[in-house]
Design a protein. Structure first.
Lengths: 190, 190
DNA sequence: ATGATGCCTTTGTGATCACATCACGCGAAC
DNA sequence: GTTCGCGTGATGTGATCACAAAGGCATCAT
């Protein structure tokens, strides 16, 4: 999810087991779970690797983000008090630091933490889980994206999201969230 | 997914293994996968059972269906030729048969087959997979629903869907799909 | 130099086992 | 009759093993 693995990287059960100092059994269960969630690709011969997403698949996942995340934001809006907005701003500052030190994985992690922190307020666990499944599928691809464009500015749309939250502006919030979720992925389609 | 198990039914790895004549290992992997998809509930002690959904969870899953399925229908619409509509009508007749013989599980299975047949035309595998995950989570609950109300009529909204498909009426299609997906679940909240 | 072919290593699969933990039921005490 | 406690059986976990299949690499022929 955090883009620590690039697209198409291969994994082996024994290798995972060695990395985390467990036997093949827990490694297998974890891998199967991630395959079930679409986070890993299972070849016909049973080998696993991170998925290489086609443009069509990326567009689909972007559409899913565009459908799910505004709904979560809307549900979180009435519960978004000052303490939450303050925490979001703190996370946003953290993102700027990650940008400064060119840490792609850290950038992705904090960016998602920003979104998750907001969506947790929506009190919609099934919807959030589904959204995180999409993030999971996009992880390796997002790393390739943020590696390609050398980001220098902190996220612009996050400021729009925060402004809409403060103003209680639901349509503005939905638009800002939707744009933030889909903007980066649009660049991958080139 | 098909409601062959009711809400809250317990499963054991050795029992599953015995049923399908395999050892615990494949049973475990299957169960873990279904847990990852939310189709099974994993207690803190590791026991698995079908989930008992709260009203809030049902409402959430209904919202997800209401968001995902109209989008799939819209994408399928331009590709829905006569052969597809004919197949949908055949399936619809099958549903009537299931209603006649009071086969709840068969009813659910054919109902979902109706939807899946349409959505397959959307050429959106990630979106369809996500939708099927929702169906999976609702399976046991849907059985409880269709068991409660003694259905005597074949699905009314399916006819609306077919009519909208024939007319190429996208807004009408979206509304019909959305209503069909959420109507039954609304009754569970009573 | 390039392509094919054969072997060997790596890898996933399913089964089985030992062990810790938990749940359920039985029995006893009040 | 009800409730608490204990013990036994059942259950999940992680490890290991034997096996089959697939991939990769080296060698050889053209």
């Amino acid at each position: 999810m955090h883009g620590e693995l690039g697209p198409g990287e291969a994994l082996t059960l024994r290798g995972i087991g060695k990395t985390y100092d467990v036997s093949m059994t827990p490694a297998r269960e974890s891998v199967r779970r991630l395959v079930a969630e679409g986070a890993l690709f299972l070849s016909s011969s049973g080998r696993v690797s991170t998925p290489v997403l086609s443009n069509e698949r990326i567009e689909e996942l972007a559409t899913l983000r565009a459908m799910l995340e505004p709904e979560l934001a809307t549900r979180a809006l009435p519960r978004a008090h000052f303490a939450l907005i303050e925490r979001l701003e703190t996370i946003n500052n953290g993102i700027s630091q990650m940008v400064a030190r060119h840490d792609a994985s850290g950038y992705i992690r904090m960016n998602l933490e920003f979104h998750r922190t907001l969506y947790l307020r929506a009190q919609a666990p099934a919807m959030l889980a589904m959204t995180e499944t999409v993030w999971l599928q996009l992880g390796p691809t997002m790393r390739a994206l943020y590696g390609r464009l050398n980001r220098t500015e902190p996220p612009y749309h996050h400021r729009l999201i925060l402004a809409a939250l403060k103003a209680g502006d639901d349509p503005g919030l939905r638009l800002a969230v939707r744009t933030d979720a889909t903007q980066g992925l649009r660049m991958l389609k080139g």
